[in-house]
Ligand binder design. Structure first.
Ligand SMILES: [Fe+2]
Ligand SMILES: [Fe+2]
Length: 187
């Protein structure tokens, strides 16, 4: 699918700010894909559609989790986690994107997971570091992402786990697994 056509499709689904975020994620993901010799076209497509489901009705998303037999524990964590997994299915049903690699990157862009593919890592970290982000610690991640994308993903997971725990919010297990994986590899 052409970039302009894909962008026009998501623009209708998103609020202006989120659409602008999507364009920045796309630019960041393309730069990372070029740097790491990943499939640039797939990185572009996954980035454009990563937040496709972001503003869908929460009840509707919960229904998709049940009807599409996605992991049911998604229903027990914050609603913020739903749009990745649900979006990965919606883009196939509504837009015709049937590409397991692209869909996986959309699926895991919020939580991360252990054993991510290169494309998963690119979308996960592009969403985290795009120039509009100002999380505590994000500059440290930006500084290393072109040298070591695994370390960058690990730092993002660490920061997220830390933030959620400080605010006594639940941490989805996939994010813990990504955090633990980084520590295991370092030994
Ligand atoms: Fe998202
Ligand atoms: Fe996003």
């Amino acid at each position: 699918m052409e970039r302009e056509k894909a962008l026009a499709i998501v623009e209708k689904q998103l609020k202006k700010k989120r659409y602008e975020h999507t364009v920045r994620v796309m630019e960041t993901a393309i730069a990372l894909a070029e740097h790491y010799s990943a499939n640039v076209k797939k990185a572009e497509q996954a980035a454009i559609f990563h937040d496709y489901a972001k503003y869908r009705d929460i009840k509707e998303m919960r229904r998709w989790v049940i009807e599409e037999k996605l992991p049911q524990d998604l229903l027990e964590y914050g609603d913020e986690l739903l749009h990745g997994p649900v979006g990965s299915v919606m883009v196939e049903r509504e837009v015709g994107i049937k590409d397991p690699e692209v869909q996986s990157a959309i699926y895991y862009h919020t939580t991360g997971k252990s054993y991510m593919s290169l494309l998963d890592k690119i979308i996960f970290i592009a969403d985290y570091i795009e120039p509009g982000r100002s999380f505590l610690g994000v500059d440290e991640v930006r500084a290393i992402v072109y040298e070591d994308i695994d370390q960058a993903c690990w730092m993002a997971a660490r920061n997220t786990v830390q933030f959620l725990m400080e605010h006594e919010q639940p941490v989805y297990p996939d994010t813990f697994h990504l955090y633990n994986e980084g520590l295991m590899i370092k030994k």
